[in-house]
Design a protein around this ligand. Sequence first.
Ligand code: HAM
Length: 417
Amino acid sequence: MRFQAPRGTEDVLPADSYKWRRLEAAFVGLVESYGYREIRTPTFEDYALFVRSAGETSDVVSKQMYDFTDKGGRHICLKAEGTAPAMRAMIEGGLLQAGTTHRIFYITPVFRYERPQKGRLREHHQVGVECIGFESAAADAEVISIAVGFYRSLGLEHFVVKLNSIGRAQCRAAYRRAILEHAAAYLTSLDSGARAKAEANPMRLLDSKDPNVQEVVRGLPPITDYLEPESSTRLAKVEELLTNDGISYEIDPRIVRGLDYYTETVFELQVGTIGATQNAIGGGGRYDDLISELGGPKMPSVGFGIGVERALIALDSEGVDLGGYATDVFVVAAGEAHFTRASQIAKELRANGLIVEQDLDLRSLKSQLKQADRANSRFALILGDDEVAKNMVTLRDMKTSSQELTTLEAAMARIGR
Ligand code: HAM
């Protein structure tokens, strides 16, 4: 009986896991340099947490929840996004006291029942940050700058930052009415189910990929026309800070984001290489009301999530090589009599910080060298009768296949690091 990974999931085999580790290490190194600290939350949560935060009419809640009733009759949902669980945990942990500030980050699997395609999975992974308790535009600029800095540090060149403001609740309410008015003829052409859905959350029409809907919303004035003065000022300030920081961006009024908790600043990082509906390699924004919605104090906050699988596709399509695992030394014992000595040497080399492998079944010399090759080893250190008799080792450079009889000390000095 053979099994396959469930539809919409991907295994990360060793040849690729190195890239994941590089990407995660780059992310952690960067965000820790800003003072962000890691939070880990459960893989599943109370279903209602996502309904309350992402919103009943969001695609995530209305179509994509991986939910079930557990044996105790609880309505559970696999983590559908990272922000609400992180806020739930911070509130529950008593950390979100009014007036405090927090910088947190996470690396997490996220589950959404989507139609799988390249860059769109049912289980994907996100690296993300949440900058909690700062009201000023400088917080918006900090998180955008981190997202951009992350991709730049990995060598990605071709991506755009799309920036928008969706204002405060009042502005969004006015804009929803404007959309409904503007799209009235189109809405009456829909069946009652589709119309009710569109009417429940008209903002969804803005980022629809349906060409008919795109045509309908084309003539609509941008949401930025409806912003309150404070929101316009904030957006202008974010723009100024990004410009000062050397980050170019485009204002895009169609960026409204798919989750209901956003207020004011929203943004996405997009590439042209994955596909129109999967072109976002990261996204986020401000969510000034979420924490109080979840029972905490009113704490303005902003953050982003970056899709790891999409980041890797984007990097790959630009030819960025994140490398792969390599072994420093493969210690070859040519004959069982030399295994103990070979193991001692291997241990010594490991104590010097090197990655060292051995064949535990002591196959032929040829086979061991083949293993060294497959392990992408820089050197093979061979110990046979001749070497042991002379108290020497043979050091083979696996790239050039040249080898020399030398002392262990000289070999170690050559292997170096
Ligand atoms: P999101 O835009 O839903 O935001 O997801 C963030 C990123 O995750 C996307 O830009 C994309 O790169 C990736 N992503 C989303 N869905 C999939 C999928 N089905 N397959 C592969 N990759 C995917 C959030 O989740 C917010 N929690 C971000 C945030 C943090 N906002 C404020 N703080």
